[in-house]
Design a protein around this ligand. Structure first.
Ligand code: SDX
Length: 431
């Protein structure tokens, strides 16, 4: 981390405090406030972390104004076009693109961990068939620490590595099992002869009674969607994983916490909410009604798939996703998909509306992903599980970075207390 000889001076209550500043390799400088409370007896206040860097990291960088996203310095557009998901997993985990030999070895390690402990099949039986697959995933991934006792010791580098490989390998299997369980079909075992995305399609859509060959174009489109979702700086679910990990919790428990956080409609749940919104809009001529609702301060309705804390320009992932939508829908012979027409018209109208222009609200990664996933045959309830299995490598990479940081300590924010000051207990007879 590059420090600078710059500093910030805070003057208040007759005190003057010099705070050192640090310069990143990209993005804004930071003011190091770690000594502020000790020196000034004050806290900073930033409930949504709008101006707060919670950590330093070398994994992903977003330039929100330019609409740029880098994984270990590589632009997402180049990776989406030239790479594939498991290679991106290697890049995020280890910091460099793999050699051909390293890639073969990594793929073999992941492939050989795709099955789950047979006893886990019974774990699913405890859920109702109509459970949301995200509920099942939170439960089953959290329970992985009850099955894989040889990769729980976070102080052991080898065990951390095995836990990382296991989760990248098994999350698709668990997500597919959650889907199969929800539709009453038998679980389909992973096939080592298939690539990562094809294997997921196989586990979701194959049935024992007939052969199933995953469509290579769909698999490539799904692989691209996974790459686009792999990591994204210190978003809410990644921050949840880091905070859980800072207590020393085992990696499976941390990833389960991340899945739980991702489920929210303001975060990874937006892809499901967006498609449901497009369905509710129902036709292009109802778009103005929903735009008006999104702008109405008294209406809690928001355009799902629109807006972002960091991007104040196009989300580069949404651009790639929009190109993919046309490609997949053409392949599926779904021309003039009504939801895609509504989405494109909604985007056009919103981007010309002063409200969205002034607030710099653009489509985000969730705006088009649901349209593609639905065209592939996934129900809306599987959109966020697919986001979760894709983001697992990002969560694990960020967790590893935190665990191996020599300055790492438990995360413990303070607060601005606005409750009652000390008061004495009153007996119920006097209340
Ligand atoms: C993801 O952090 C990440 O990196 C997340 C993610 C990742 O890869 O991990 O990119 C994945 O979560 C993408 C975002 C998915 N969520 C949605 O699409 C839900 C709809 N969008 C919003 O709820 C909202 O835009 C957020 C949650 C994404 C961002 O919220 P912020 O940064 O807290 O912004 P805000 O709520 O303060 O909004 C700023 C203004 C507000 O108006 P004012 O109070 O200033 O008058 O913009 C308005 C908001 O009302 N606004 C919207 C809007 N989003 C923001 N108005 C209408 N529709 C919207 N979608």
């Amino acid at each position: 981390m590059a420090t600078t000889n710059k500093s910030a001076t805070l003057t208040f209550d007759g005190k003057t405090i010099e705070l050192p500043m640090m310069s990143p390799t990209a993005g804004p400088d930071v003011i190091d406030i770690r000594k502020l409370y000790a020196q000034g007896d004050v806290f900073t206040y930033d409930p949504g972390f709008t101006s707060t860097a919670a950590t330093d990291s070398a994994i992903t960088f977003i330039d929100g104004d330019k609409g740029e996203l880098l994984y270990r310095g590589y632009p997402i557009e180049q990776l989406a076009e030239k790479s594939h998901f498991l290679e991106v997993c290697y890049l995020l985990l280890y910091g460099e693109l793999p050699s051909a030999t390293e890639m073969v070895d990594f793929e073999a390690r992941v492939t050989n961990h795709t099955m789950v402990h047979e006893q886990m099949h019974y774990f699913f039986r405890g859920f109702r068939r109509d459970s949301h697959p995200m509920a099942t995933m939170v439960g089953v991934v959290g329970a992985m620490s009850a099955f894989y006792h040889d990769s729980l010791d976070i102080s052991d580098q080898w065990q951390r590595e095995v836990a990382a490989i296991r989760m990248i390998a098994k999350l698709p299997t668990i997500a597919a099992m959650a889907y199969k369980y929800s539709i009453g079909q038998p679980f389909i075992y992973p096939k080592n002869s298939l690539d990562y995305a094809s294997n997921f399609l196989h586990m979701c859509f194959a049935v024992p009674s007939q052969d199933y060959v995953p469509d290579p174009t769909l698999a490539k489109a799904l692989d691209r969607i996974m790459m686009l979702h792999a990591d994204h700086e210190q978003n809410a679910s990644t921050s949840t994983v880091r905070l859980a990990g800072s207590s020393g919790a085992n990696p499976f428990a941390c990833i389960a916490a991340g899945i739980a956080c991702l489920w929210g409609p303001a975060h990874g749940g937006a892809n499901q909410a967006c498609l449901e919104m497009l369905r509710e809009i129902g036709s292009v001529d109802r778009i103005p009604e929903f735009i008006a609702r999104a702008k109405d301060k008294n209406d809690p309705f928001r355009l799902m798939g629109f807006g972002h804390r960091v991007y104040k320009n196009f989300d580069p992932r949404a651009k790639v996703m929009k190109e993919s939508a046309d490609e997949v829908l053409d392949l599926m012979g779904v021309h003039n998909n009504p939801l895609l027409q509504i989405a494109k018209e909604l985007e056009k109208i919103a981007l010309e509306d002063p409200y969205f222009i002034e607030k710099k609200l653009y489509p985000n990664v969730d705006f088009y992903s649901g349209i593609i996933l639905e065209a592939m045959g996934f129900p809306t309830s599987m959109f966020t599980p697919i986001f979760a299995l894709s983001r697992t490598v990002g969560w694990i990479s960020q967790w590893k970075e935190m665990i191996t940081d020599p300055n790492q300590k438990i995360g413990r924010p303070r607060q601005l207390y606005i409750g009652e000051t000390t008061r004495n207990y009153v007996d119920v007879s006097n209340r």
